[in-house]
Design a protein around this ligand. Structure first.
Ligand code: BMA
Length: 321
């Protein structure tokens, strides 16, 4: 049994929330769940989910030299749902960005909200201005996807979260060309019962490659009589076979505590979709949606997260498909 409050691994930026709807150059209801990347000149790019006054979302870029303030926000939506695309009829949401050196492109995995429910789509970009769409690659109901930054045993690998009769668990799929996907494999399951991650889990930002394996920051949902609570936990996946979970933390490591996380359009939600990593490969800036209303940032040390996982993981539950 954990003998104390969870250790503080993530430190919220003192100016949180770092971005809100009031910062936007055009009228929007809310800005949240941003994907993140750092471009070669050191600029932090956030690809933010922006919800308009119809309730539909699109994506909009905010750029900052230090990743904390003085954001330059595109004057108009950067990526709108495609007009001729029924898969995006109800908007596009929750982007995760992976830089793929082999392709010299960022691959964005995002939720396409179709009338049949949410699915996963991919798009490629070099500059966050022009995007090449690959279309929907995971049929509804599916979300919380991100591409690994390099091929695993010759194939592209994607983490995704289908809703299946088994529940809302984390899976992997593989592709030779980013367009055709298969080889689905269950990786990590929601824990059921009273656990903080009992009812649904899903990848948060893309997996982080470390000397010990792929560090996976994931969100867990617990349904309560008062609604859902979205919190964040850690797992470690094997480097060469990421279907294998090596460690899984027992407690959450970030949960809704600050007023902007507890109150908003959907209260009690922290929902990271992106991070940037400093040149030392240790200092992590995590960008997250707070209460489906605004954007927060929290910093952590990758080494400290790995050390915590070594101390705090029970045996990972073996997925039984
Ligand atoms: C999830 C996603 C997120 C959202 C969260 C809380 O299912 O749709 O976009 O932030 O719910 O509402």
């Amino acid at each position: 049994m954990p003998d104390s409050r969870p250790e503080i691994l993530f430190r919220r930026h003192p100016q949180n929330p770092i971005l809100t709807a009031a910062d936007w150059p055009y009228p929007v209801n809310s800005v949240f769940n941003p994907g993140a990347a750092r471009t070669p000149d050191g600029t932090t790019v956030l690809l933010c989910r922006v919800e308009d006054y119809r309730g539909l979302s699109h994506l909009c870029v905010a750029r900052s030299a230090n990743g904390m303030d003085h954001w330059e926000i595109d004057r108009a939506p950067t990526l709108l749902p495609a007009e001729d695309c029924p898969e995006e009829a109800w908007g596009i949401e929750d982007p995760r960005i992976t830089y793929v050196a082999e392709l010299e492109r960022y691959i964005v995995a995002y939720t396409s909200y179709s009338r049949a429910g949410p699915g996963v789509s991919l798009a490629a970009t070099r500059d966050f201005v022009q995007f090449e769409r690959y279309g929907m690659v995971m049929m509804p109901e599916n979300k919380d996807a991100a591409l690994f930054p390099r091929r695993i045993q010759g194939r592209w690998a994607l983490i995704h979260r289908p809703i299946s009769p088994l529940g809302a668990h984390v899976w992997m799929a593989y592709s030779p060309d980013l367009r055709h996907w298969g080889g689905h494999h269950l990786v990590l399951q929601a824990r059921r019962g009273a656990w903080w991650d009992a009812n649904k889990i899903g990848l948060s930002p893309p997996p982080i490659e470390t000397p010990e394996g792929w560090l996976m920051i994931y969100h867990g949902v617990r349904q309560t009589a008062a609604g859902c609570i979205y919190r964040v936990g850690l797992a470690l996946l094997d480097t060469t076979n990421p279907e294998r979970c090596l460690r899984r933390g027992d407690t959450w490591v970030l949960g809704p505590e600050a007023p902007y996380e507890r109150h908003g359009d959907v209260g009690n939600v922290v929902f990271p979709c992106g991070y940037t990593l400093s040149a030392d490969n240790d200092s992590l800036a995590l960008y997250y949606g707070a209460a489906d209303s605004c954007i927060g940032m929290a910093t952590a040390s990758v080494r400290a997260l790995l050390a915590w996982l070594r101390r705090h993981s029970g045996a990972p539950e073996t997925p039984a498909a």
